[in-house]
Design a protein around this ligand. Structure first.
Ligand code: HIF
Length: 291
C-alpha cells in the first residue's frame, strides 16, 4: 500500500504520525552532562545543516532529501568529521518512531535544537524520503573554513542564498565549538555555546581578533585566547557587503532571530519535493506544548 507499517496494524484507526512526540523525544536528548558544554544541541544543528548544505540548485542534487550521509562516501567527506556522534544520538529515536524518514528526523532535530536552546521558532514540515547510497553528492559541496569571501559566496549562491542570508545563517556559530580531532580547529565562538543568541555578531564587531600562534590551521582568537573565529567567520567583517549585515544583527537581536529563522528553514527545505498540500507547519513545537 506504500503506507508505513504502523498504518496497516489497525485499518479502522488511520495512522497519524505524531511529530510532536518526535519533537519531545529530541528535546529529551539535548541535555547531556559531560558532553562538550553540556548539550548535544549544537552538533544536531550541524548535522541538519551538513545534510542540507550539499544542495546544488542547477542540478537539483544534494540537499536534505535523502539523508545520504548514512552512507560511506558522504559520511567520510572531511567536512562531516564527527557527525557520526549526532547520527548515533538520533538512532534510538528513529527506532522509537520508525515511520519518520532519517531526512525528516535529522532536519527536525536541528530545528528543535535551535528552539530548545532559546532560538526562534523554525518552520519545519515533513515530506523528505530517504535515498540509496548512490545518491550521495560529490565531496566539496560544503564550505572550507580556510577560504575567503569568494568561496563562501560560491558555495551559498549555489544553494540559492544571498549575502544577507549568508550572514544571518552564520549567527548559528554562536553555538557549539571546534574540535581538534574533527576539523583541526579549537574552541567555541562565544561564551554561551549552548544558548542561541546574537553573541556571534557582537563578538565579531566588539572583540580584537588576532591570528592564533600555533601549529594548527589558521584561526583567530580573542585576547584571552579562549574564543575563536574561523577565516570564513572573519570574512564577514573583512568584506564590506557582509559587514553591514553583521553590524545590523549585532545591534538588533529580534531582526537576527527573524532572518535566521527564515534562512534556516529555507536551508532545511532545499530540493525537497513537497506535496503542495503539505502545510508549512504541522506541529506545535515542544516548547509551545510545554508552556
Ligand atoms: Fe559551522 N562549523 N560552518 N555552520 N557549525 C563548525 C561547527 C559548527 C563552517 C565550519 C565549521 C555553518 C556554516 C559554516 C555549526 C553550524 C553552522 C566547525 C567545527 C567548522 C570548521 C567542527 C568541529 O571541529 O567540531 C563553515 C566554513 C561554514 C560556512 C561559513 C552554518 C552557519 C553558521 C550554516 C551553521 O548553521 C555548529 C552548530 C557547529 C558546532 C558543532 C559542535 O559540535 O559544537
Amino acid at each position: 500500500l506504500g503506507l508505513p507499517p504502523a498504518a496497516r496494524v489497525n485499518p479502522s484507526k488511520p495512522f497519524k504520525p505524531d511529530y510532536n512526540a518526535v519533537r519531545e523525544a529530541i528535546a529529551d536528548i539535548l541535555d547531556k552532562e559531560g558532553y562538550d558544554d553540556g548539550s548535544t544541541g549544537p552538533i544536531l544543528v550541524r548535522l541538519a545543516w551538513h545534510s542540507s548544505g550539499t544542495y546544488d540548485k542547477e542540478s537539483g542534487t544534494g540537499g536534505s532529501n535523502g539523508a545520504t550521509m548514512r552512507f560511506g562516501p558522504e559520511a567520510g567527506h572531511g567536512a562531516n568529521a564527527g557527525l557520526e556522534v549526532a547520527r548515533d544520538l538520533l538512532e534510538p529515536i528513529k527506532k522509537q518512531f520508525p515511520w519518520i524518514s532519517y531526512s525528516d528526523l535529522w532536519t527536525l532535530a536541528g530545528a528543535v535544537a535551535v528552539e530548545e536552546m532559546g532560538g526562534p521558532k523554525i518552520l519545519w514540515r515533513p515530506g523528505r524520503s530517504d535515498k540509496a547510497g548512490d545518491a550521495c553528492p560529490p565531496d566539496g559541496r560544503l564550505p572550507d573554513a580556510s577560504q575567503g569571501a569568494q568561496h563562501i559566496r560560491n558555495i551559498f549562491y549555489r544553494m540559492g542564498f544571498n549575502d544577507q542570508e549568508i550572514v544571518a545563517l552564520s549567527g548559528a556559530h554562536a553555538l557549539g565549538r571546534c574540535h581538534t580531532d574533527r576539523s583541526g580547529y579549537v574552541n567555541p565562538w562565544t561564551y554561551s555555546p549552548t544558548t542561541f543568541s546574537n553573541l556571534y555578531f557582537t563578538e565579531l564587531t566588539d572583540t580584537k581578533w588576532k591570528k592564533k600562534k600555533w601549529d594548527g590551521p589558521e584561526q583567530y582568537e580573542n585576547p584571552a585566547g579562549d574564543l575563536m573565529m574561523l577565516p570564513t567567520d572573519m570574512v564577514l567583517v573583512w568584506d564590506k557587503k557582509f559587514k553591514k549585515h553583521v553590524q545590523e544583527y549585532a545591534k538588533d537581536q529580534d531582526k537576527f532571530f527573524a532572518d535566521f529563522a527564515a534562512a534556516f528553514s529555507k536551508l532545511l527545505e532545499l530540493g525537497v519535493p513537497f506535496d503542495s498540500t503539505t502545510p508549512k507547519e504541522v506541529a506545535a513545537s515542544a516548547l509551545e506544548r510545554r508552556a
